[in-house]
Design a protein around this ligand. Sequence first.
Ligand code: NAP
Length: 247
Amino acid sequence: MTALITGATEGIGRAFARALASEGRPVTAVARTEQRLQALMTELGPGGHDYLVADLTTPEGVRTVADALKATPYDLLINNAGLARSGPFTDTPLDQALPLLRLNCEAVVTLAHAFLATAHPGAALVNVASTLAFAPKPGQAVYSATKAFVTSLSEALWYEQKPRGVHVMALCPGPTATRPGLHADTPSVLVQTPEAVVASALAALSRRRRPTVVPGRANTLLAAAARVLPRTTALSLLADHQASYDK
Ligand SMILES: NC(=O)c1ccc[n+]([C@@H]2O[C@H](COP(=O)([O-])OP(=O)(O)OC[C@H]3O[C@@H](n4cnc5c(N)ncnc54)[C@H](OP(=O)(O)O)[C@@H]3O)[C@@H](O)[C@H]2O)c1
């Protein structure tokens, strides 16, 4: 099973690359920094892995990866690369807010479109969203909205692609310790390692049942609560929680 993973050199993407390579699956890794991509290739070792240097906030970067997806029949696309920013919306310059839309939404749509154009029965598409898809966090308005977009898109595609035998899944991690100190203020019961997130995702991918997967029991409960709580209560709870994910 060949896989193309965006944002594969760090965090959740890197954990996906390592897990899939350890199962003998050839991985194509995408990121902006060639040095880190080469280091990943060394770490993964032999097995037909390769990489593409692409900035997915640019039309050229997205085109490079879309062309690769159209030229090669991959079995799995993991749209993982994502950008987050924290702070009041009106304090965030537009030139910092709009790249979130390009990377978290536009690139996801374009790459999903390229992949699904040629996807064969048994293929799968994973779009990495967030638990903030279920209730937005004040202070991360644009980021939360992009993840709601990704989840909504994935759920509709899950239904559309089912008759073709192509599985589409929104992966909605909660706080994930992708670098030291990140989420230090978050209750530890909610914080997962990238490896735990990926293990849940791959288990769900083998079952191919649900369109939306929230890794971890505590985050699953919180996501369920966010869906049933009055919206104003959910917003207040999330606003009171200061920790945020910012890249
Ligand atoms: N960490 C969390 O707490 C958390 C929680 C919920 C959801 N998520 C979601 O999970 C996904 C992965 O997050 P992460 O925390 O694992 O990420 P990360 O550790 O920040 O890694 C980001 C990866 O994406 C690449 N990347 C960044 N900007 C890019 C661009 N413009 N074009 C191409 N590649 C780019 C980076 O490499 P280069 O810098 O070399 O390009 C790196 O490989 C994201 O979609 C994020 O929103 C994360």
